[in-house]
Unconditional design. Structure first.
Length: 261
């Protein structure tokens, strides 16, 4: 368990060429750009498929400029896309409407196929956008960008502490796993699941106690609800050009496609 968690955490850092212009962009610019791509893709019906092509082209250009390869994108997206894939596979058989297609004992429906294609496209664009944002921007910088964009501070603080202490929890899980193995614990059937439940309960109590101690330590050091910033953010000309380019490419195309439909 600990090894799997550590492997997953290794996929949360930067990827590609960390000296590229994309990596050096202000986090606010990248958040706005990815948000624009996602909103345009989510609001587009399947009939306006050229808009999806434009969104994919913008993400491809973004990845190419940052030198984030397909392997890096897949290694991070593979934990999310299979869940979407399961829904996409079953939708054509459970959503009636339109023409029917017999596939042995199963019957697929045209309406279900359309919804499955729409869901798969939107999920793919949204997931890749989030992956590219994480691959080109450190998570603390994303939080700084969200805070500067006036996202509710409570949400930002919760996300920041979850990210910071996720690594602590992973280390704690690793130690508990090592303790179980050293005591000869080898689960072989479902009747031994009670031990896993007790470990989960113990982990919860330990993390709760540690969180309380950390919070009291922060208060004693003058914490007032806002994290100090060593380097102020700066929205430069390159950031404005990036945001303007994404918006001018996608929004007029979305509006024009909507009118044409």
């Amino acid at each position: 368990m600990g090894a799997l968690c550590n492997h997953a955490l290794e996929l949360t850092g930067l990827a590609g060429d960390t000296t590229s212009r994309v990596h050096r962009l202000d986090p606010r610019a990248k958040v706005i750009g990815v948000f624009t791509v996602t909103v345009v893709a989510v609001s587009t019906p399947l009939a306006l498929w050229p808009v999806f092509v434009a969104c994919a082209a913008v993400l491809a250009a973004f990845a190419a400029a940052a030198k984030v390869g397909p392997n890096a994108v897949w290694r991070r997206a593979r934990f999310i896309l299979p869940v979407v894939g399961i829904l996409v596979v079953f939708l054509p058989f459970v959503r009636p409407g339109g023409q029917s297609y017999e596939l042995g004992p199963l019957v697929a429906h045209e309406a279900g196929l359309a919804i499955a294609a729409l869901m798969a496209t939107k999920a793919l664009i949204g997931t890749i956008g989030a992956v590219l944002l994480g691959a080109t921007t450190a998570f603390p910088e994303v939080l700084r960008g969200l805070e500067a964009l006036r996202v509710p501070r409570l949400f930002v603080l919760i996300a920041a502490f979850m990210y910071r202490y996720l690594f602590v929890i992973v280390e704690e899980v690793g130690r508990m796993r090592a303790a179980l193995v050293s005591r000869g614990f080898r689960p072989r059937n479902a009747l031994q699941a009670g031990a896993i439940g007790r470990v989960a309960g113990s982990l919860f109590l330990r993390t709760y106690g540690r969180g309380e101690r950390v919070y009291l330590a922060m208060l004693s050091r003058g914490y007032s609800g806002q994290m100090p910033q060593l380097m102020p953010l700066g929205f430069a000309r390159a950031d404005a050009l990036f945001v303007t380019g994404v918006v001018l490419i996608l929004l007029p195309l979305r509006v024009a496609a909507g009118f044409a439909a």
